[in-house]
Ligand binder design. Structure first.
Ligand code: HEC
Length: 126
């Protein structure tokens, strides 16, 4: 009986967590600091984000001209701060109304966390 109940309980827990997404889920610590995760995030960032946020995250991408507000500098807190990872995750998922920052719901949850891990590394000169 327990072997049947456990996976069900775990999946309910998982859906509970994912439905809190807009408020920002808890950051999976070890995942975010893994080198492989950050490398994957760097690749996603280069193809989707650097055009606005710049290759180094400073907000100086080639498309930034005349954008109001300009793309955020992702290399400074709060975006580069570990304890705000849930917030960064939520912004990437949902975007920011009234700015050129659209949401990226087509990215998987894993890809979104990879981006969060990468952005966090930007604040440390990585
Ligand atoms: C079309 C240009 C554009 C693209 C592409 C883009 N952003 Fe943004 N981003 C913006 C703008 C503009 C803001 C708003 C800055 C502000 O509110 O001051 C922003 C804000 C943010 C913020 C901070 C939110 C805030 O309140 O300042 C994060 C985090 C972010 N973007 C991450 C990303 C990631 C990750 C990607 C790629 C998946 C991405 N952005 C792609 C333009 C862009």
């Amino acid at each position: 009986m327990l072997t049947l109940m456990l996976p069900i309980a775990l999946s309910m827990l998982w859906f509970g967590i994912s439905s809190c997404e807009s408020r920002g889920p808890a950051a999976p610590e070890a995942f975010l600091s893994s080198a492989a995760v950050r490398a994957a995030g760097a690749r996603l960032y280069a193809s989707h984000c650097s055009v606005c946020h710049g290759a180094d995250g400073s907000g100086n991408g080639p498309r930034r001209n005349f954008m109001v507000p300009p793309p955020a500098n992702l290399a400074v807190p709060p975006w580069s701060r570990r304890r705000d990872a849930g917030r960064t995750y939520a912004v990437i998922r949902a975007g920011l109304a009234g700015t050129a920052m659209k949401g990226w719901p087509a990215l998987t949850e894993r890809q979104t966390w990879e981006l969060v891990g990468y952005i966090e590394s930007l604040g440390h000169g990585a």
